[in-house]
Design a protein around this ligand. Structure first.
Ligand code: PRP
Length: 183
């Protein structure tokens, strides 16, 4: 699905599929250079990171492996509490591995703050973060982010893995959701 298929649902397109593709390739080239010979493990955080892990991994020229975690935030409504329950853990032992946690978005940063502490305790050789999107105005917990795709305004954004009520993840562009959809 692209933005022309649902044009009345969006007030603005922020990044097109082509812009996203181009940025993923740039980030992949950085990772190629940084991890040559290291066979990094990409840890995708379900569900939103599916698109970026699929595209980033295929844009890499080096070998990598992939694994997945599913987490759920304790807390009410849309507010992240920072306490995270692991719904699906990794199948891979992280000891001695070069790990890159891959996210679709870092919003408050609370989910990843918890997750990074948890993963660091498993003795990886290195542990870094790649996120396709970041909302600088929403951050509550400062995180060291090694690789960022694009910054987003603190608005309701959908597409490329970002959902509203489970929908719009398969939108190839990224845009601001029209208030008439959620009002
Ligand atoms: C999103 C995103 C991150 C988290 C970021 O996941 O994928 O995991 O929120 O928010 P934070 O920085 O405020 O903690 P969500 O819980 O919406 O689940 P999803 O990936 O299934 O959409």
């Amino acid at each position: 699905m692209d933005s022309t298929d649902i044009s009345s649902d969006l007030t603005e397109i922020l990044y097109t599929k082509d812009q996203i593709d181009a940025r993923v390739r740039e980030v992949a080239a950085q990772i190629d250079a940084d991890y040559e010979g290291k066979n990094p493990l990409l840890v995708g955080v379900l569900n939103g990171a599916v698109m970026v892990v699929a595209d980033l991994s295929r844009a890499l020229k080096i070998h990598c492996e992939m694994d997945w975690m599913a987490v759920s935030s304790y807390g009410s409504g849309t507010q992240t509490s920072g306490v995270v329950r692991i719904l699906k853990d990794l199948n891979t032992n992280l000891e001695g591995r070069h790990v890159i946690v891959v996210e679709d978005i870092i919003d408050t940063g609370l989910t990843l703050t918890y997750l990074m502490q948890n993963l660091a305790s498993r003795d990886p050789a290195s542990l870094k973060i790649m996120t396709m999107f970041r909302k600088p105005e929403a951050i509550q917990s400062p995180l060291e982010i090694a690789y960022v795709g694009y910054d987003l305004p603190n608005r309701f954004v959908v597409g490329y893995g970002l959902d509203y009520a489970g929908r719009y993840r398969n939108l190839t562009d990224v845009g601001i959701l029209s208030p008439h959809i959620y009002a």
